[in-house]
Design a binder for this molecule. Structure first.
Ligand SMILES: *Cc1c(COP(=O)(O)O)cnc(C)c1O
Length: 433
């Protein structure tokens, strides 16, 4: 009984090879990491609503704690207590790691819990975080205002920065860390950035990090919420850790809040240790819903992206539209070059610039009949919002101007509805402007 398949430090299940083929994530989402024989033959995993797990013997209990505390590296630590782990969460973690080709993964009660615990696990007073900008506002606020209170500094750079600019930023960060008696603890990226869709050159960041810093000491983490896991695989381009708000495309139905962190075990272990202490693991019901969601992740993201390509083609040619900030419409240049090297699809979240200002944008939003007026993204339904007046209302005007968050900017996340219905909706809403 010591090797219950759901125990955390069980060897992660091997990805099966069938007829010479290594099975793809879209196939693995239907069963990877779950054995029906252990649950009365139930095709789908039951939801394990329990706070604690019974040990088969005192010796087994000791082994499990050796695993949880990391006291013995070879311990096959099993299920102990639901703040640490649970069967639904472990199956989910195994399946999430498959998408990014990561050795290990952890799930959290929200994207922000994942991001905060990740950053805290790697920083101490005197350290400096280097990050791309813009970041999701709460991530930026956590680094500047919360970690700042504990003596952690930061240096930021604009998303499209070139290798030469990155070299200068890392030199500045190293000097700042040396002054404060710390190190550059992490390079934290978000690509594409919200709401501009500006892409970070992950390969250039990796090269700059390897030239200036110790790759064993300063990991590169990236928030891959907008394109991942389908259209961008940052671990293949030099990132060490991938972060998600699973609330968005991974959950995909606008009915749950969750987050994750994945990467090599050596980077994930300190994060697990802090999650064990603080809590913040995703609950079993949410984990189960995410397992359901991952079964359709590929077809949902493909359909939403096909819809977005159609809709953006229509919007881009419309006389009342000033421009469309969509990765599928990039003109030749640095951003297009980054896109071609890092991304396999444009996703379905973009910025629409309407001719006019706030009044025209509000008239457009209020006239929508199929698309819903709401923040968030990545759901089955199309959502539209106004960043300057909503998600980014508290951002100072100068920073808004610098980030290109104008009063005529409408943020749209395309869902999986019929593309022609969406085009008809946008057409009649633009007519109302
Ligand atoms: C939504 C979002 C987050 C925060 O995730 P929650 O699940 O809402 O906590 C972080 N990063 C990006 C890019 C997001 O879109």
């Amino acid at each position: 009984m010591s090797d219950l398949p759901s125990s955390r430090r069980k060897p992660k299940p091997e990805v099966k090879i069938v007829g010479g083929r290594t099975l793809k994530p879209s196939t693995l989402m239907m069963g990877f990491g779950y054995d029906p024989v252990l649950s009365e033959g139930s095709l789908k995993p039951p939801i394990f609503l329990t706070s604690t797990f019974v040990f088969e013997s005192a010796e087994a209990g000791k082994r499990h704690f050796e695993g949880i505390t990391g006291k013995r590296k070879d311990a096959t630590g099993g299920l102990v207590y639901s703040r640490f782990n649970g069967p639904n969460q472990e199956i989910l973690e195994d399946r999430l790691s498959v998408w990014d080709g990561a050795e290990d993964a952890l799930v959290f009660s929200s994207g922000m819990t994942a991001i905060c615990i990740l950053l805290m696990a790697f920083c101490r007073a005197g350290d400096v975080i280097v990050h791309s900008g813009p970041l999701y506002a709460a991530s930026e606020g956590f680094i500047a205002n919360v970690l700042g209170k504990y003596g952690v500094g930061y240096v930021d750079f604009p998303a499209g920065a070139t290798r030469a600019e990155l070299d200068a930023v890392l030199a500045q960060a190293k000097a700042k860390a040396a002054d404060a008696g710390g190190k550059v603890a992490m390079i934290y990226l978000e690509s594409p950035g919200n709401p501009t869709n500006a892409l970070v050159d992950i390969e250039a960041v990796r090269d700059a990090r390897d030239a200036a810093l110790d790759a064993n000491e300063t990991p590169i983490a990236i928030d891959n919420t907008f394109l991942g896991p389908l259209w961008q695989s940052p671990l293949r381009h030099g990132a060490d850790i991938v972060v998600y708000s699973l609330t968005k495309y991974a959950g995909g139905h606008s009915d749950l809040v969750s987050g994750s962190v994945s990467g090599a075990k050596r980077w994930i272990d300190p994060v697990r240790s802090l999650r064990n202490t603080m809590g913040g693991i995703c609950d079993p019901n949410t984990a189960w819903m995410l397992l359901r969601s991952l079964e359709t992740l590929e077809i949902r993201m493909q359909r939403a992206t096909q819809n977005a390509i159609r809709v953006c083609g229509f919007l881009d040619a419309h006389p009342k539209v000033e421009g469309v900030g969509f990765l599928g419409l990039l003109k030749d240049g640095r951003q297009k070059d980054i896109y071609d090297r890092h991304c396999s699809g444009p996703g379905s979240t973009f910025s629409l610039f309407i001719k006019g200002g706030e009044a025209e944008s509000f008239r457009f939003l209020d006239a929508l009949k199929v698309a819903k007026l709401a923040v968030s993204l990545g759901g089955t339904e199309t959502l539209a919002s106004h960043p300057a007046a909503m998600t980014h209302l508290s951002v100072p005007d100068a920073r808004k101007a610098q980030l290109g968050i104008t009063d005529n900017l409408v943020r749209i996340s395309i869902g999986i509805e019929d593309a022609d219905d969406l085009i008809a909706d946008f057409d009649q809403a633009l007519a109302a402007v």
